[in-house]
Write a protein that binds this ligand. Structure first.
Ligand code: SF4
Ligand code: SF4
Length: 470
């Protein structure tokens, strides 16, 4: 890839010029941008720079108000739940912010396929239907065939009424040939973060194969070439100026849209959190208020891209982020290899106690506790995996999402998968709150025909059928 190609995504000069040229935007400018955002066609980089530079609390409240409205219009009330599954922490890289860096002398671990099956069972018995697999980069310990065997094992594992229906994967940037193997194994989203788009910072903080900036930046191109069209991007906030990173993310999303004919499927918003074993101090710490602003700006700038928040954040911040734009979240997460116990609950010890997790989490609640909390917020916990399994991925997913048709799918599918959770896994309190919520949202399905079909499928679930979706 040439410098020119890089500039198609990361135009350092342009980003700095836009950020300098939009300092202290007036009320008139912000309101004009918000009016444009409400058309749900996205925003220019200059608009995004102005929003990032807005510091007036009254105008920030306006930004939040518009982000909330767009979130409601496009995604409605659903929050899709998933869990990370750490498969191997062997890694040849030395990324300064990550506890799996190769200088860390703690014993390493990778799961055998039997252990993969038992961890999967524990997650299925909790109620999960979607996983995000995490592997360190290690050509000997984590070759692509091991990754593929792991995915096959997960899809084959059944427990009682449940199984994992979508496996998303996070592996290091690799070759088109390897991505083809992932595609053949039936992955959902391939997720890879740039961590920081600011090249000097990227090169300073990474040592090992991951230090190749272009390899990371163009990994999604290779994955797309291999046929993977659900792609996830993100940065780790705290490494560089968040305003620059947000511009770069929006620019990357526009590049993908133009080059692949489909933008990113998801954008994640992880924030660096202090972790034992990592002495890195973030040079550009991002506050919780800034994180919420990031979520709101991304919602306005790339309205059709799903947005993910993890258990790195406190429950209170996650709740606010759900309103401003987040559509997916991890729940009941463990961030070390083999972290789920056989009693189907996340073990209660924190990574602080053993120092072996990738980072420190700040939401220790179980999946069931998070489900109850979502019900209390009037949000619909969804375990839906329907689009990917109905081949609504990439461009065909966007063709449904953009005209707003996703409502004909997400709400009924959210209700049906939540009902499965209530029947098979929920505590009595979650059952009571969840059944009430389902009744409320059934009434809100706009099409009478779709509402009746959903009711008929709910009755079939009650009788013992599973995995019904539109
Ligand atoms: Fe390895 Fe990924 Fe951690 Fe870097 S961020 S040390 S590549 S596991
Ligand atoms: Fe996601 Fe499609 Fe399910 Fe909606 S219907 S929650 S877009 S998988």
């Amino acid at each position: 890839m040439t410098i020119e190609n890089i500039k198609d995504i990361v135009d350092d000069e342009l980003f700095n010029k836009l950020l300098l040229g939009t300092i202290d935007p007036t009320q008139e400018i912000i309101l004009k941008i918000l009016k444009k955002a409400s058309k749900k066609k996205g925003l220019s980089l200059e608009d995004v720079a102005a929003l990032c530079n807005c510091t007036d609390p009254v105008l920030i409240a306006k930004i939040f108000e518009f982000a909330y409205k767009i979130k409601q219009d496009i995604y409605g009330e659903r929050i899709v739940l998933f869990a990370p599954l750490y498969i191997s922490d062997f890694c040849v890289n030395d990324c300064e912010y990550c506890n799996f860096h190769c200088r860390n002398n703690s014993p390493r671990r990778k799961l055998s396929l039997e252990e993969v099956a038992s961890q999967t069972k524990a997650l299925v018995d909790m109620g999960h239907k979607r996983l995000l697999l995490e592997f360190g980069e290690h050509p000997v310990e984590n070759p692509i065939d091991y990754v593929v065997d792991t995915i096959n094992t997960i899809y084959k594992t059944k427990s009682k009424n449940g199984e994992i229906r979508r496996v998303n994967v996070n592996i290091a940037a690799t070759t088109v040939e390897n991505y083809r193997k992932l595609k053949e194994a039936g992955i959902g989203t391939y997720q890879l973060f740039q961590e920081t788009y600011h090249r000097p910072t990227f090169e300073k903080l990474h040592h090992g194969p991951k230090a190749k900036y272009e390899r990371q930046l163009f990994a999604h191109n290779k994955a797309f070439e291999a046929g993977i069209d659900d792609l996830g991007i993100g940065v780790l906030y705290g490494l560089y100026d968040w305003r620059y990173e947000v511009l770069a993310l929006v620019s990357h999303a526009a590049y993908m849209d133009k080059t692949f004919g489909v933008g990113p499927h998801t954008i994640s918003v992880p924030r660096f959190q202090e972790t034992p074993g990592v002495d890195f101090k973030p040079p550009y710490p991002v506050s919780e208020d800034e994180l919420l602003k990031i979520v709101a700006i991304l919602r306005l700038a790339v309205p059709y891209t799903g947005m993910i928040i993890s258990t790195r954040e406190r429950p209170e911040i996650r709740e606010q982020a759900f309103k401003l734009g987040i559509s997916q979240t991890s729940a009941g997460s463990r961030v070390e290899v083999g972290g789920y116990d056989e009693n189907s609950k996340p073990v209660t010890k924190s990574p602080k106690d053993d120092g072996c997790g990738q980072f420190t989490t700040h939401d220790p609640r179980t999946l069931d506790q998070i489900v109850i909390s979502l019900c209390d917020q009037g949000l619909l916990p969804s375990f839906c995996t329907a689009c990917y399994r109905s081949l609504r991925t990439g461009e065909s997913f966007m063709e449904i999402a953009k005209p707003g048709n996703i409502h004909n799918f997400c709400r009924p599918n959210g209700i049906l998968t939540f009902k499965e959770y209530l029947l098979d896994y929920a505590s009595p309190l979650a059952k009571q709150k969840g059944e009430k919520l389902i009744r409320e949202y059934l009434d809100k399905i706009p099409s009478k025909k779709r509402r009746e079909e959903t009711m008929e499928r709910l009755a079939r679930l009650e009788k013992g059928e599973r995995d019904l979706y539109f």
